[in-house]
Design a protein around this ligand. Structure first.
Ligand SMILES: [Zn+2]
Length: 493
């Protein structure tokens, strides 16, 4: 492993003086006199792959019986796979902001709703240091292929990326995974030999479920029910406005799985392409997701509304020449990617973050510490907090004074609320949440999105005022507290 500098800096952006000192390091070590940016301490290439809306338990490596992920499974055997990786939120913007800052949603502030009645959210605080900017200032060439409207630069998540290739992310017009892989490999080839940091983001498993030819029908072939192809109307399904029977729900789930299978095929192309370029050893390559997808476990659908495991449990695998292949079952979080990437780059980690580097665990130098893992940030309905101290999981909806407590070891489906049986444990866990993640002292900046982005969010059923709160019916008897899906009146389809 490359040595990690001892010097630490506070969790804020670099000052010009710091940049100047680093530039001198660049000049001395790399001779890059004409560059203003300093060179990195290691220069190790870093590829961060984020598959939007990919729940871990729909992949073979995480126990799914359907053959959705042969490529992922094959490659995962050569990496360090984290069995209990958790997203910090159940929707895109706060989770990505956590990856970029190493902070939980209430700490970084991105994705906070501005108003309970009118739609609008905060962007990422421009004062917080972010991964791409730190790497860029250290001399990395930075690039991103982003395919979700919530990853538009207006939300503050493009900062630090010198080459930010954002694409429309509506239900109808997406940059599919095959095109994304083509562009990613072209981007890498154009920067051969340079220290680079590349984000590759896939949108395909997100609604609409529109699997391309070759995967279409693989898991849904015999369906002749009322739902169309592709599967649309996320908001109406979510609200129960389209009554579904078991066959309909199986069709929706099968369509999701077909999108996952297509993405897996393209992920295999990407990893093979990196392998052929010698990067599956030299580079640090990370794959994860920003959140999962509810597929009717509690009678609801899609994401952004709850803190159940189908939305928080995400895949996480790390590859590299120094990685020891294996599986790690200690709970970890996507906040841990911030210090992990910086360690791989040989750069100091700003103080004040809550993540820990996963490289010691990935390289066989020890297990991650057992610690509480948090999730926060809610797009639809009242804000919900969750804290997992394995195997216990506490969830609170402060606005409604509702609480849930589960034992994930004995009840992985979160069907038995044990809040009344263990009130002291629940109280202690919720107090721990407040201690680790106190409210921010100031609100994040309002994201001033233009008409085009808003139109895309509306097409996804997102840019809508929240509906009145109320529990969503649950087949297992545990309601989704404070859940309020968006009104379908505002959805285009
Ligand atoms: Zn997402």
């Amino acid at each position: 492993m490359r040595p990690r500098p001892q010097a630490q800096q506070r969790h804020r952006r670099s000052t010009p003086r710091q940049c100047s000192a680093a530039a001198l390091l660049c000049l001395a070590v790399f001779g890059c006199a004409e560059q203003e940016s300093p060179a990195p301490a290691s220069g190790r290439p870093i590829v961060l792959i984020v598959v939007d809306t990919l729940r871990a338990d729909h992949l073979g490596s995480y126990g799914y019986p359907r053959p959705t992920s042969p490529a992922f499974d094959r490659w995962a055997r050569g990496g360090a796979l984290f069995e209990r990786a958790l997203a910090t939120s159940s929707w895109t913007l706060p989770s990505f902001a956590s990856i970029y800052t190493g902070l939980y949603p209430r700490q970084h502030g991105a994705g906070d709703r501005l108003d309970q009645e009118e739609w609008g959210v905060t962007g990422l605080d421009p004062e917080l240091p972010v991964l791409a900017e730190i790497l860029s200032e250290a001399g990395y060439v930075t690039g991103a292929l982003a395919n979700n409207p919530f990853l538009h630069e207006k939300f503050g998540v493009a900062r630090g990326f010198a080459d930010y290739r954002w694409h429309l992310g509506t239900n109808e017009v997406i940059r599919r995974a095959d095109k994304t892989v083509d562009l990613a490999l072209e981007w890498v080839d154009a920067r051969a030999g340079a220290p680079f940091f590349l984000l590759v983001h896939f949108f395909d498993p997100h609604m609409d479920y529109d699997p391309p030819v070759g995967h279409r029908g693989r898991f849904t072939g015999s369906y002749r029910g009322k739902l169309p192809f592709p599967v649309t109307d996320a908001a109406k399904i979510k609200l129960g406005w389209i009554p579904l029977d078991d066959a309909d729900r199986a069709y929706v789930t099968g369509s999701y799985d077909e999108e996952v299978a297509f993405t897996d095929e393209q992920l295999g192309r990407l990893l093979q392409g990196l392998e052929e370029r010698g990067l599956m050893g030299e580079a640090l390559v990370i794959l994860t997701s920003d959140h999962g997808e509810e597929l009717f476990e509690r009678g609801s659908f899609e994401h952004g509304h709850s803190k159940y495991q189908e939305l928080l449990h995400v895949p996480l695998v790390i590859w590299g020449e120094d990685v020891k292949p294996g599986r790690i079952d200690t709970p970890v979080s996507i906040v841990d990617l911030f210090p992990s990437v910086l360690e791989a780059a040989g750069l100091p980690v700003p103080e004040g973050g809550v993540g820990i580097s996963l490289l010691p665990a990935a390289t066989g130098r020890g297990r991650p510490p057992e610690r509480p893992i948090l999730a926060d940030g809610t797009l639809h309905g009242r804000r919900k907090h969750a804290l997992i101290r394995w195997p216990w999981k506490a969830v609170a909806v402060p606005a409604q004074e509702e609480t849930l407590l589960f034992n994930l070891e004995e009840d992985p489906g979160e069907q038995r609320n044990l809040a009344d049986r263990h009130p002291e444990r629940l109280r202690a866990m919720l107090a721990e949440f407040e201690a680790i993640s106190p409210p921010r002292s100031r609100e994040g900046p309002a994201a001033e999105i233009d008409a085009g982005v808003r139109e895309q969010l509306e097409a996804l059923g997102y840019a809508t005022p929240p509906a009145a709160d109320g529990p969503v019916a649950s087949p297992g008897g545990v309601p989704d507290p404070g859940s309020a899906p968006p009104s379908p009146d505002h959805s285009k389809r």
